[in-house]
Write a protein that binds this ligand. Structure first.
Ligand code: G3P
Length: 219
């Protein structure tokens, strides 16, 4: 399973990618709006830190505009993946960009038929948003299992990226279902590694080792 970071904060990316376990980055216009630097500068810095795919989203809503933006974004670095919204014009743009050899992450997916359209259009990644479905009282993770099943049924190679993750249970469930990628906000990524019993257990091992050393049975 691949873990991406869902952030445009370069400090978080630098810190969390130092462990060597960040497989890619997703950004979106809302995340970029929180950062003071120009978007292009942020993408350049992120691509210098992370070897895996870095999603950069277009803000046009017509096919020509998305293709123009996508082509420009893809020039920033070879690991840029262009992100287009799951609307009619976005799916048209997927086809054109794919013909150019540019990989596209189709974002804002909220249903199985939308995911099928994204796969048929040639998306490299489709991003269903689980947290936002939970927010309106539907079970976001059900969408992930349904898409997994349907993609298996038809051999679609589009990768399923679970987006809008809010807590570790989303990640555990995504892994059980067999989603290809989970993109995690920095706070969720940090929380995944932690377990109180690990900290307690480590402390006990170290204390016992010290006691044995003081008692003279260890050098
Ligand atoms: O990658 C999309 C994701 O960032 C959306 O998350 O928490 O704004 O629903 P959220």
């Amino acid at each position: 399973m691949k873990f991406f970071l869902d952030t445009a904060n370069v400090d978080d990316i630098r810190e969390l990618s130092a462990m060597g376990l960040v497989d890619g980055i997703t950004t979106n216009p809302s995340l970029l709006a929180k950062e003071p630097a120009p978007d292009r500068e942020i993408y350049e810095q992120i691509c210098a830190l992370v070897e895996g795919p870095v999603s950069a989203e277009v803000v046009s809503t017509d096919c020509d505009g998305m293709v123009r933006e996508g082509r420009e974004l893809s020039k920033i670095a070879p690991n840029i993946i262009v992100k287009c919204p799951l609307i009619e014009e976005g799916l048209k743009a997927v086809r054109v960009l794919k013909e150019d050899g540019i990989r596209v992450n189709v974002t804002l997916c909220f249903s199985v038929p939308q995911a099928i359209f994204a796969a048929k259009a040639g998306a490299y990644i489709v991003s269903p948003f689980v947290g936002r479905l939970d927010d309106i009282g539907t079970e976001g993770m059900d969408l992930i299992s349904d898409i997994r099943l349907v993609f298996q049924n038809y051999g679609y190679e589009t990768e399923i990226l679970v987006a809008s993750i809010r807590h570790p249970l989303h990640v555990i469930e995504a892994a059980r279902i067999g989603a290809d990628i989970a993109t995690l906000p920095a706070n969720v990524y940090r929380s995944l590694l932690k377990h109180p019993l690990t900290d307690i257990g480590l402390q006990r091992f170290l204390d016992d080792h010290e006691k044995a050393k003081k008692a003279g049975s260890k050098s």
